[in-house]
Design a protein around this ligand. Structure first.
Ligand code: NAP
Length: 528
């Protein structure tokens, strides 16, 4: 069996819904930092006075400004307003954060698994008890609808809970010795200080998916969130402090990405880099890690195929493809990037799918009923526009949408385009926006060939009512994750990660622990 098929998540039944019931807003008005704008204040007035709106980095347990006083603005993508100013940190602050993490490692790595488990459990409980405020922060700085943001909080917290439990299950091994008077043992020990670099599309979950297992194993971390969404990361760090996690175990720096990245890469004290983001930056980090021979985990970009066979249940396929494509306005690494439909069901699927897409309400993430928020910034909209222009120039047709939304800013109409071909830009690279390209195929072999015709290998989806086909095709797909008759495939209990240029290593599940452990061999002799 190929490696690509070993770590599959073949989900034939629907997992728990990612979208959750939204409790009423009943929290008291908080006192906000002076950097917060009036508009953001209106929204943020729903936050508690629990001090979650942090606007400084965290180094050795102390909230810190940039040493030269420089700041960067954090924007609300739905309105363009500045929400807050956060420090623009660089090499010096990162070096201090690494030193703090290194000092803290000495004691944290010696705590018992049971102690670390309790700290993580407290952190999890605090995240859940502040679910509403964290969801609001995510919507505020990232734009996704509040319901979806609250779903991210549950999903993000699930990694802390899972790894709180998994901390207690790090076992070694005893190996039969080749010599009678020797005993061989394998001990698993924490890697050391971890540099965790995360993107803006899941401001909480991409952090907890790394920091949960790192802390569970006894590692300490320096987190670098995206400059676009640092507030959620800082709120999570504040809750880690409130959970009593010792000072210096969790550090957060943000600002000049390449300066911070270079400092993490150059330091011999940092023993592991874990990164989620674009393939281009991932490659740079992988090359940079060679200088000090660090462990590297990379969760990179995707180009997910979503294959709909003639024998699929139409309703299931439409619902699944809709979820796989339009979650987070198409801004996820596992978003269906190419919807590949067999000719016998193509017209029926295209009609039903377009009707479903038409119902998606676009708007500010805080408005009721909204399913599609803004894109993260103007560059993201321009990328979508250029991909559509390229597709149309090569013969694709716009079925629905295909332009900026009348709301202005970075809102884009949910879009369906047909007659898409493999040579178009939109088939070759991730569009990272609310655009569903439809491609047509005749045979199963052709579908597999089209699906695998990419350098990416993160997620794939297939819709069929044939059990034999689902096994056959899922094993032929060169993807780390395959959803069968299901559009939502992420869960903390199964390994998440890509093959080919979509990355290295796995996050979540028991396999996610090994990424933060070294395996040491010990030899014990009978001799005195
Ligand atoms: P990105 O531009 O690669 O940024 C990701 C992170 O890397 C950000 O924190 C960014 O900082 C930082 N960064 C940029 N240049 C750096 C450098 N030279 N050294 C160190 N750090 C650097 O990606 P993005 O646009 O934020 O995220 C979207 C991408 O992430 C998509 O390709 C998506 O598919 C991928 N993604 C993958 C997964 C997965 O699990 N496989 C999950 C989510 C997203 P600043 O933002 O501050 O510049």
């Amino acid at each position: 069996m190929k490696l690509a098929t070993l770590a599959r998540v073949a989900v034939a039944i629907r997992p728990p819904k990612l979208l959750v019931h939204l409790p009423s807003m009943h929290r008291p008005i908080s006192i906000l930092s002076r950097q917060i704008t009036m508009d953001a204040k209106t929204v943020a007035s729903r936050l508690t006075s629990s001090g979650l709106l942090r606007t400084q980095g965290l180094i050795g347990g102390k909230w810190s400004d940039a040493y030269d006083g420089k700041t960067i603005e954090v924007f609300n993508p739905a309105t363009g307003e500045v929400i807050a100013n956060v420090p623009c940190m660089g090499h010096k602050e990162t070096s201090d954060a690494i030193s703090s993490a290194h000092d803290a490692f000495n004691s944290w790595s010696k705590t018992t698994a049971a102690e670390r488990s309790k700290y993580l459990r407290r952190w999890y409980d605090l995240i859940i008890s502040h679910k509403e405020e964290l969801g609001q922060l995510i919507t505020l700085e990232q734009g996704k609808p509040l319901k979806e943001a609250m779903g991210e909080v549950s999903y993000g917290a699930s990694f802390i809970e899972f790894f709180a439990e998994e901390a207690k299950r790090v076992y070694g091994d005893i190996i039969q010795s080749t010599l009678a008077d020797r005993r061989l043992f394998v001990l698993k020990q924490p890697v050391g200080v971890v540099g965790a670099i995360t993107p803006w599309n899941f401001p909480l979950a991409m952090i907890t998916r790394k920091v949960g297992p790192a802390l569970a194993c006894g590692c300490t971390v320096v987190i670098k969130p995206s400059e676009l969404t640092p507030l959620t990361a800082l709120a999570a760090a504040e809750l880690a402090l409130q959970a009593g996690i010792p000072l210096g175990v969790v550090n957060v720096v943000m600002g000049n990405a390449s300066d911070i990245g270079d400092a993490l890469l150059a330091s011999p004290q940092v023993r592991k880099i874990t990164f989620t983001g674009s393939t281009a930056v991932g490659k740079k980090l992988m090359a940079g890690a060679a200088g000090t021979v660090k462990k590297v985990s990379l969760e990179l970009g995707g180009n997910a195929p979503c294959i709909v066979f003639d024998d699929a249940d139409l309703d299931v396929a439409v619902k699944g493809a809709l979820a796989a494509k339009f979650r987070n306005s198409g801004q996820t690494c596992v978003c269906a990037n190419r919807i590949i439909v067999q000719e016998g069901i193509y017209e029926k699927f295209a009609n039903a799918f377009s009707k479903a897409v038409q119902t998606l309400q676009v708007g500010h993430g805080f408005s009721d009923g909204v399913a599609q928020g803004p894109l993260i910034n103007e560059a993201a909209v321009q990328k979508v526009e250029s991909f559509i222009k390229d597709a149309i120039s090569k013969g694709a047709k716009v079925v629905l949408g295909g332009k900026r939304h009348s709301l202005g800013m970075t809102f884009y109409e949910p879009t369906v385009i047909s007659d898409v071909k493999s040579e178009m830009l939109i088939s070759r690279e991730e569009v990272f926006g609310p655009v569903a390209p439809l491609l047509r195929f005749k045979t199963e072999e052709e579908a597999i060939r089209i699906a695998n015709d990419t350098t990416s290998g993160l997620a794939a989806y297939l819709f069929t009512n044939s059990i034999q086909r689902s096994w056959r095709v899922s094993e032929a797909l060169e993807y780390g994750l395959v959803g069968i008759n299901e559009g939502i495939i992420s869960t903390e209990v199964a390994p998440f990660g890509g093959v080919k240029q979509s990355g290295l290593g796995r996050e979540g599940s028991k396999y996610g622990m090994d990424e933060y452990l070294e395996f040491f061999k010990r030899i014990d002799s009978d001799d005195d």
